[in-house]
Design a protein. Sequence first.
Length: 256
Amino acid sequence: MNSALIKLDGVSAGYDGTIVLRHADLTVNDRDFIGVIGPNGGGKTTLVKLLLGQISPATGTVKRSERLERIGYLPQADSTDRAFPITVKEVVLSGLQSTKGIFGHYGKKDRLKAAEIMARCGISHLADKLAGELSGGQLQRAFLCRALVSAPQLLILDEPNTYVDSKFESELYELLRELNESMAIIVVSHDVGTIASYVKSIACVNGCLHYHNSNIISQEDLDRYECPILLVTHGDVPHTVLETHKHTEHCRCGQE
């Protein structure tokens, strides 16, 4: 059986007539763990929107397997009105709304799912607190639970370490490693030094998409892919610095 969940074939896409991502090919298979890196404006967000079905390609095709029924998504920034009186438990349960409809009722089984995933992410004690009372890191954990509660076949995380402390960042990636045993994961991050320890492959997006079928990536690889990231190692701690992105004849970035 074909293990492909989503396949992008020669996809170009953008906004208002401006192409941001050109001629992208990418196959996401069962239990893939792909790290997506690249500069701001290079097309990472456009790629995510294509995978989620939020935009359509200008050219090329996006094929989704019939087996792909649920995609979990953790956005970089959430538009939740923090003044709206919704509890953490209700935020998590909202991840099941697509299966319930607008006026759907959450039953005992749903609440058990929510409780289980909140315990796994260490926020059970926050279940009855209002979302507006949480710190940025706590809210990010709640949104992660919302993305996971439906048991998706594919989980997409856009800069998941935004607002989280270093302790939870480490816990997060260990949790993702466990989750990868049962689902495909795509993580968008500026920090290739961190994600390289966990992902199985890396896609550099900088107007074009260069796929590297390994988590071991060198500066020479990045230069060959025309990906403007500089790897810097200080002791045992890897860091990344974004360099100026030089446009080439074959790969011209648009602006997001």
